[in-house]
Ligand binder design. Structure first.
Ligand SMILES: CC(C)(COP(=O)(O)OP(=O)(O)OC[C@H]1O[C@@H](n2cnc3c(N)ncnc32)[C@H](O)[C@@H]1OP(=O)(O)O)[C@@H](O)C(=O)NCCC(=O)NCCS
Length: 195
């Protein structure tokens, strides 16, 4: 097996990413109305570390997202808007962290009316392709709260392996919560047929 060369900072990103139905691109200030729709939805934020946000709080977080367009240091998140190509609407976001040498972490959140259509799987697959094929990552992890069935199901469909169940590992939204840790290795990605 050929080991990809060790990437050195900054990692080379070619954006936007295009899929059959989606454009994964840097956020714009004009995305605010679309973001307000899901950042303020208690169902969407139930298992993510954000609070329910009003318009002002969403605008503040959008200003941060405008800067999260590159991977120049370990610990940094790339945060891309998930735009439906047919409508131009932003239905969610997909994230890839450069965790450490050749290690990444995946994240995703969709508006409620963007769910149940395979969009999250399509966006996440593009981010895995970016991580493994574009950036030479060896391993990508994902972590979810144990009760987040939709997220665990999606990770299973993507081909992640569950590696751990960390009981009461985090104090989350006012109570102790159990986390599931998932991972995928570059060989597993290459043999998944999802490339
Ligand atoms: C986690 C989350 C992104 C999963 O989204 P999702 O829409 O369920 O996932 P997918 O994109 O893979 O869609 C799969 C569903 O679409 C259906 N579907 C419809 N058309 C499809 C198509 N063309 N291709 C694939 N699936 C399709 C599938 O049957 C499946 O439905 P099911 O779950 O009822 O079996 C979403 O629940 C979410 O954003 N939750 C809130 C935020 C959150 O918790 N984020 C994760 C934190 S760890």
């Amino acid at each position: 097996m050929t080991v990809p060369p060790q990437p050195s900072p900054p990692l080379p990103l070619r954006l936007p990413l295009e899929t059959a139905r989606l454009l994964l691109r840097a956020h714009r200030m004009s995305d605010l109305d679309d973001l307000v729709r899901f950042h303020g939805d208690p169902e969407v934020v139930r298992f993510v570390p954000w609070p329910v946000r009003d318009r002002a709080a969403t605008e503040e977080t959008l200003r941060v997202k405008l800067t999260q367009t590159e991977l120049v240091a370990h610990g940094q998140w790339l945060v891309l808007a998930v735009e439906v190509r047919d409508t131009g609407r932003v239905i969610g976001e997909v994230l890839l962290k450069w965790a450490s040498d050749r290690q990444g972490e995946l994240g995703f959140a969709l508006a409620r009316d963007g769910q149940g259509q395979g969009y999250a799987a399509e966006a996440a697959t593009a981010m895995l392709r970016l991580g493994f094929d574009g950036l030479g990552f060896h391993r990508i992890t994902a972590v979810c709260i144990a009760e987040n069935d939709a997220s665990a199901r999606l990770l299973g469909r993507l081909g992640f392996r569950q590696e751990a169940r960390l009981v009461d590992n985090v104090h989350f939204k006012g109570a102790w919560a159990t986390q599931l840790v998932f991972a995928m290795l570059e060989d597993e990605w290459r043999s998944s047929g999802r490339r």
